[in-house]
Each structure stands twice: as C-alpha cells, then as structure tokens.
Design a protein around this ligand. Structure first.
Ligand SMILES: CC(C)(COP(=O)(O)OP(=O)(O)OC[C@H]1O[C@@H](n2cnc3c(N)ncnc32)[C@H](O)[C@@H]1OP(=O)(O)O)[C@@H](O)C(=O)NCCC(=O)NCCS
Length: 167
C-alpha cells in the first residue's frame, strides 16, 4: 500500500515555493497555501514533511500545535499533486508524521476530514466527540499516541490561530 521509492523528508526553506505551488494545485483557492505560510510564520508548524520524486515535490503534510488540555497536534493540510495520487504518498507522509509525533511525546493528533480516509490511520470520531470545538461533529477525529486513549477526554480544543482565516 505505501510508496517506497520516493524520498520523504522534512521541508527545507528551498521547498517553500514548490509547497505553495502544490497547495494551489490541490485546493480550489489560496486558503491552504496561505495557511501553511502563516503557520510557519507564527511558529505553530511543528512537522512539515515533503515527498520528492527526482526534482518534483509531489506531496506535503503539515502538523501544527493545537490549544488542548494535553500536548496535541493538528494534522493538515495534506496534499499530493494530481498526477501522483493513489500511490500511497499521502499515506506515507501521514504515517511518518504520526511516527515523529509519537517519538516526540505528543499525546494525540486531531484531524478534520473524511472518516473513510483517516480511519485507516487509527483516527476515530469517538476520541474527539467530547471536546468543545468549533469543528465538533462527524468530521473531527483524534488519534491517541503512546496509549489507546487520550489522557484527557474533555475540554476546549482549538486549532492554531492561522486556521481561523480559512473559510
Ligand atoms: C487527499 C489526498 C492528499 C490523497 O493523496 P494520495 O497520495 O492520493 O492518497 P493515498 O494514495 O495515500 O490514498 C488514496 C486513497 O485516498 C482516497 N481519497 C483520496 N481523496 C480522498 C478524500 N478527499 N476523502 C476520502 N478519501 C480520499 C482514495 O479514494 C484512495 O482510497 P483507496 O486507497 O481506498 O483507493 C489527495 O487526493 C489530495 O491532495 N487531494 C486534494 C487536497 C485534499 O483534499 N486534501 C485533504 C484535506 S486537507
């Protein structure tokens, strides 16, 4: 299932232009491209991974700090160039980010997205449903790290401020 030939690594400053290009090619408007730049600028980007095939930056994922009752990251955005989809690039980026977050002692990762896609990584709506969040609902999911449940299951949950600019 997972892509094995591509290079997956942390972004460098030399990747910023290609990441913007990827995000503009992947989403209907510039919101996500602007979001990633603001997360970086605000110091809220924790992990930003890219997939590289030859000289082409084919995929990207960002994990950012959240305000939560424990050390939590928000996953997103994630994107893959249209011609490179359905080869497991996004899955590999997400898996690597989760592995890094686990190693670095984060307690959980939240994501807002399609349950059909994210449940394959272990994200569940039931882990997130008791939190107070503007995004509460069937698309908000969480993945506990280092344990089978989050250390605290109630409280206020906020994405980094840059997300508030996203429509
Ligand atoms: C979503 C996205 C990152 C997946 O990238 P990818 O490298 O093709 O993903 P993978 O190869 O790891 O997985 C492909 C699987 O994801 C599914 N998938 C793709 N987009 C999906 C979506 N928006 N919702 C649910 N499932 C989706 C495919 O049907 C495929 O399923 P399958 O394995 O059962 O066939 C890519 O389609 C993309 O960049 N989309 C535009 C940006 C976007 O919507 N990002 C997600 C929200 S931040």
């Amino acid at each position: 299932m997972y892509c094995r030939v591509m290079d997956f690594r942390d972004e460098s400053s030399g990747d910023h232009k290609a990441i913007r290009h990827l995000l503009l090619a992947s989403f209907p408007g510039p919101g996500e491209a602007d979001l990633v730049e603001r997360l970086r600028g605000d110091g809220d980007a924790v992990t930003s991974l890219v997939a590289i095939e030859g000289r082409v930056l084919t995929g990207h994922v960002m994990f950012s700090k959240m305000a939560a009752p424990f050390r939590a990251l928000g996953l997103g955005p994630v994107s893959v160039l249209p011609d490179w989809r359905r080869r497991g690039i996004a899955a590999t980026l997400i898996q690597q980010g989760i592995k890094r977050a686990t190693k670095d002692g984060w307690a959980g990762v939240f994501v807002l997205g399609d349950p059909d896609y994210y449940q394959r990584f272990g994200f569940k709506c039931e882990h997130a449903e008791s939190f107070e969040s503007p995004y509460s609902g069937p698309y908000l999911m969480a993945l506990p790290l280092n344990d089978d449940r989050l250390p605290i299951r109630f409280g206020r949950l906020d994405y980094a401020p840059a997300f508030s600019a996203l429509g």
